[in-house]
Design a protein. Structure first.
Length: 106
């Protein structure tokens, strides 16, 4: 019973951390996560097989939420993120510019 309580507390802490960073309800985080997994997305998991959300995961969840707010369907948003994942692409900003700085004309 004690170990079960510890597992439940850890699950709640993991979900709260993710929901705090995304401002998305825990039930919605679970739904989005399950839908992503059905499309082949893989979350890092702990010894109890609970999802451990990294910064990419959190950004993807935020992105899904923002796409929905802009009128896209949930399925479209999930498929978009899954296709990025399968292509090893990310929505995060690159650390460096891919363009040369503009030259000032005198």
């Amino acid at each position: 019973m004690y170990m079960r309580m510890i597992r439940i507390i850890n699950l709640i802490k993991s979900n709260l951390c993710c929901t705090h960073k995304t401002y998305i309800k825990p039930v919605t985080v679970r739904k989005y996560s399950q839908m992503l997994e059905e499309q082949g997305y893989s979350f890092q998991k702990d010894n109890n097989n609970w999802r451990q959300y990294n910064e990419d995961d959190i950004q993807y969840l935020k992105y899904i939420s923002s796409m929905k707010a802009k009128g896209k369907s949930l399925d479209q948003a999930i498929q978009h993120i899954a296709s990025l994942y399968h292509s090893n692409l990310t929505i995060l900003q690159p650390d460096m510019s891919l363009q040369e700085p503009e030259k000032k004309l005198l």
